[in-house]
Design a protein around this ligand. Structure first.
Ligand SMILES: [Fe+2]
Length: 393
């Protein structure tokens, strides 16, 4: 008799996490192998991490703890820096600490950058008078202030765009296939991390309803997993097949969880690369994820949600977060004719303060942060980002 092992199939898992399915999968896996929680942590991984970036949402009592309100004098300084940059007549890719000088606010922003890398991992700058500026002036102000937080700007698509618009584009850009990414919809975005060191989001306008932003400490999520399910830490630290959605190669492999510098837990993943999202279904011709990986994906999401801090964007807020140390998510929202949620994103890096980039991510970081000033595009209107192969990302 020939015994053939079953062909591995993609587990029953969707982009939107289903708590019932998660608990059922956990129960099934533990019934099959009750010793799973006894699996030792992978070599080099700590039983627990500590530090200011290991926190829970309930640890924060007031937004005064993370909101930095710009003073009138600082706003005047920003306007002077804008006039200075415009006077130079240089392309926007040359916006930087030297070309957008902030004699006093610069030192404050430097301190806040330290908060991102060695402190809680996030802060909000309030508030940029967004209506006062033309869209191009706003891009200069935003990139100029942000260059004092992290002078490296990451490209966000194959065309060298360093600004990305996060807005519901389902109607305006329907023909471009943007539905493969929840960032361009009003849909909930589940917990994930962006690639790169730092994310900045400037709110030009907020939604009529919803769109709450949620942050969660990767270290806190890790500690819970390490304590209760070290087997899932092991799963997360091993290579996973990421769908490149029609790219070449069709998939890449890397771990989702890293502890390489003896100090920081880094979680780097986006759930849609393992489940697909709406129009971008998971490719059928690439290896499926395993049941263990499906459980680990849900564990990450639900633990991040449990320990999360929620905050609301106000028009004119810039939210800065360390994407290596924190996961983030966004609730679904509703726009109306007067309140159309519109955020502009930058990916940043502060070379002096940066954590060590985990080895398997180095090539991504290199691609992100290697765009020269003259190659940087600042799209002033929303567009769907394109990958190297022209596919929407
Ligand atoms: Fe994101």
């Amino acid at each position: 008799m020939t015994v053939t092992s079953p062909v591995p199939r993609q587990p029953d898992i969707e982009y939107h996490p289903d708590e019932e399915k998660y608990h059922a999968r956990t129960a099934r896996r533990l019934a099959e192998n009750p010793s799973l929680p006894l699996v030792p942590l992978p070599e080099g991984f700590p039983a627990k991490v500590e530090g200011p970036n290991v926190w829970e949402g309930k640890d924060w009592t007031s937004e005064d703890q993370w909101v930095y309100k710009l003073s009138d004098a600082e706003l005047v300084e920003i306007d002077a820096a804008l006039a200075h940059f415009k006077g130079l007549g240089q392309p926007l890719g040359f916006i930087g600490r030297d070309t957008f000088p902030l004699p006093t606010l610069g030192a404050t922003l430097k301190g806040l950058a330290q908060e991102l890398y060695s402190g809680r991992g996030f802060f909000v700058l309030r508030e940029i008078p967004v209506d006062k500026y033309s869209r191009e002036e706003l891009a200069i102000v935003y990139a100029g202030i942000s260059s004092h937080v992290g002078s490296g700007r990451g490209k966000q698509d194959a065309t060298g765009a360093v600004l990305a618009h996060i807005k519901d584009l389902t109607v305006s850009h329907a023909s471009e296939g943007g539905l493969g990414n929840s960032a361009y919809t009003t849909d909930k975005q589940v917990f994930h991390t962006d690639v790169g060191d730092l994310i900045a989001l400037l709110a030009i306008q907020s939604a009529a309803e919803g769109g709450v932003s949620r942050l969660s400490s990767g270290g806190r999520v890790y500690n819970e997993l390490a304590r209760t399910r070290p087997d899932l830490v092991k799963v997360l630290s091993e290579p996973w097949p990421l769908d490149s959605f029609g790219g070449n190669p069709g998939y890449t492999t890397r771990p989702l969880l890293y502890f390489e510098d003896g100090e920081h837990i880094v979680i780097q993943y986006s759930r849609r690369h393992f489940t697909g999202y709406k129009a971008q279904k998971r490719s059928a011709n690439i290896p499926p994820i395993s049941e263990a990986q499906a459980e680990a994906l849900d564990a990450l999401h639900f633990l991040a949600e449990k320990f999360s801090l929620e905050m609301n964007f106000q028009k004119g807020d810039i939210q800065y977060i360390n994407s290596m140390g924190l996961l983030h998510a966004r609730d679904a929202f509703r726009d109306d004719s007067d309140n159309i949620r519109h955020l502009i994103r930058l990916w940043l890096r502060n070379d002096e303060l940066a954590w060590k980039t985990p080895k398997p991510l180095e090539h991504i970081w290199k691609r992100l942060y290697s765009v020269p000033p003259e190659g940087q595009r600042f799209p002033l209107e929303p567009e769907i980002r394109k990958k190297e192969n022209g596919v929407a990302k």
